[in-house]
Design a protein around this ligand. Structure first.
Ligand code: UDP
Ligand code: MG
Length: 201
């Protein structure tokens, strides 16, 4: 009897510790959880997968003109990722030259600048487990001619110079691009109502 009681107490203590841990985690400023962990792609001490990874997705001017913004957003929502930032902007050449700094010497760079400044862009930050890798797969090959059907580029475009959408290509790239395109206060930390099935995996 005594042993049974002690076991019950231990079980209850363990359970309440777990609950406390969850509450503490959800009450903790998410920016602190999201920033460094997202950047490094690390796991937390409790070995939970890093669900706070973030990436930059941008619907380029051709995608906005063709009214594809909703379809791009829908694909990320239905995949279970969480939207934490969204804005429409006319991108400056200064921002683009930093965003595409690795491409400055490419012959297509002037045309790329012209294309990306030809109209508004819708920029978003999406959050979730392995979102950088998953979103590259969802967006598809840079050259739509080689993109798989079912990807955004494979479904909506046919030429590399009009490939509808941008997606960060690495964790480091995502962190750099998000800082470039968004101010910290433009990104919201919020809990989905279906957090336990989509985010806390
Ligand atoms: N691009 C282009 N011609 C090329 C290669 C790239 O116009 O031969 C454009 C295209 O819009 C592409 C962007 O430059 O999305 C950035 O190129 P990157 O290699 O980074 O491809 P992404 O990461 O967008 O798949
Ligand atoms: Mg790229």
């Amino acid at each position: 009897m005594q042993r049974y009681t002690i076991r019950r107490i231990l079980q209850q203590t363990y359970l309440s510790d777990q609950q406390t841990h969850r509450c503490l985690l959800s009450a903790f400023p998410s920016a602190l959880l999201g920033g460094p962990r997202a950047a490094a792609g690390q796991r937390s001490k409790s070995s939970l997968p890093d669900v706070r990874e973030r990436t930059l997705i941008a619907v380029k001017p051709d995608g906005v003109q063709r009214r594809l913004v909703g379809q791009v957003i829908q694909r990320f929502e239905q995949r279970g990722f969480k939207l934490v930032g969204l804005k429409m902007l006319q991108v400056s050449e200064d921002l683009l030259s930093q965003h595409y700094c690795e491409l400055r010497t490419k012959p297509f760079y002037p045309r790329l600048l012209h294309y990306m400044t030809s109209g508004p862009v819708v920029a978003m930050v999406w959050e979730g487990h392995k979102v950088v890798q998953a979103s590259r797969a969802m967006v598809g090959h840079t050259n739509p001619a080689e993109a798989q059907a079912g990807t955004v580029r494979g479904d909506f475009s046919f030429h590399v110079s009009r490939n509808v959408v941008h997606a960060s290509d690495s964790l480091e790239g995502a962190q750099r691009e998000i800082q470039l395109w968004f101010k910290g206060k433009e990104l919201l930390n919020w809990d989905c109502c279906d957090q336990s099935s989509t985010c806390d995996v």
